[in-house]
Design a protein around this ligand. Structure first.
Ligand code: CA
Length: 235
């Protein structure tokens, strides 16, 4: 059940080891309608950021366990595209260039004003909402790229990150065949050197979640080429 009246402005993960600063940010963001989760070290921050429900990550650089650069780089290598706002300790260009180089979307130099922080978070949310951020639908199947959630009618379907990304590739181009090789490159990355049949395996997982329980057959195999969704042939 959803309650539109208390709909959150977004879910923000704050990875910051200075407790007073983290709590101050959390209090302020709560006041702006955001849900906030705090992690005080890099490793727990990395684990928490893998959650599909996180909309924005506010990531400090100097952290115990694993530094912010490493956390950011690791997330991007895993194909997690959640917007990341990095907090740089000094205003030196070195930090900022490195933050962007690791895959951060934006950075903010400490000390910063809370108003600026909220503006930056909202800008990141808007950026991911514009264009690529629109909900994709194929029949009664919908995929929301902001919350990274999937629904069939009113039923919520829980997808893993890979399953989500695979389905997203198909749903961005309904009715078109997407080549298996392209899916492999976009979802598993260019460096993937395992068995290319992993695509088939994951298509199978997806079918078990989005099609079979609903007696549908939306994901179509186009033999020797790839996969297609949304021709209506299976419904
Ligand atoms: Ca720190």
């Amino acid at each position: 059940m959803t309650n539109e009246g208390v709909r959150s402005a977004g879910r923000v993960l704050v990875v910051e080891d200075e407790a007073a600063l983290a709590e101050g940010i959390a209090r302020g963001l709560n006041g702006e309608g955001f849900e906030v989760e705090i992690c005080a070290d890099g490793l727990s921050g990395l684990a928490a950021a893998r959650n599909d429900e996180i909309d924005v990550v506010v990531l400090d650089i100097m952290l115990p366990g694993m530094n912010g650069y490493k956390v950011c780089r690791t997330l991007r290598e895993e194909g997690i595209g959640t917007p990341i706002l990095m907090l740089t300790a000094k205003s030196g260009e070195y930090d900022e260039a490195e933050a962007l180089d690791t895959g951060a979307d934006d950075f903010l130099s400490k000390p910063f004003s809370f108003v600026v922080l909220v503006a930056r978070i909202n800008a990141l949310l808007r950026r991911s909402t514009d264009g690529r951020g629109q909900t994709m639908t194929v029949g009664d199947l919908s995929l929301d790229p902001i919350s990274r959630t999937c629904q069939r009618g009113d039923a919520d379907i829980t997808l893993t990150t890979r399953e989500y990304e695979l389905l997203e590739q198909l749903m961005r181009r309904p009715g078109q065949v997407v080549a298996k090789q392209e899916l492999l490159e976009k979802v598993w990355g260019d460096e993937f050197d395992g068995d290319p049949n992993v695509v088939e395996v994951y298509i199978g997982y997806l079918r078990r979640k989005i099609d079979r329980p609903f007696d549908r057959n939306d994901i179509e195999t186009v033999r020797g080429v790839g996969y297609r969704i949304g021709t209506g042939s299976g419904t």
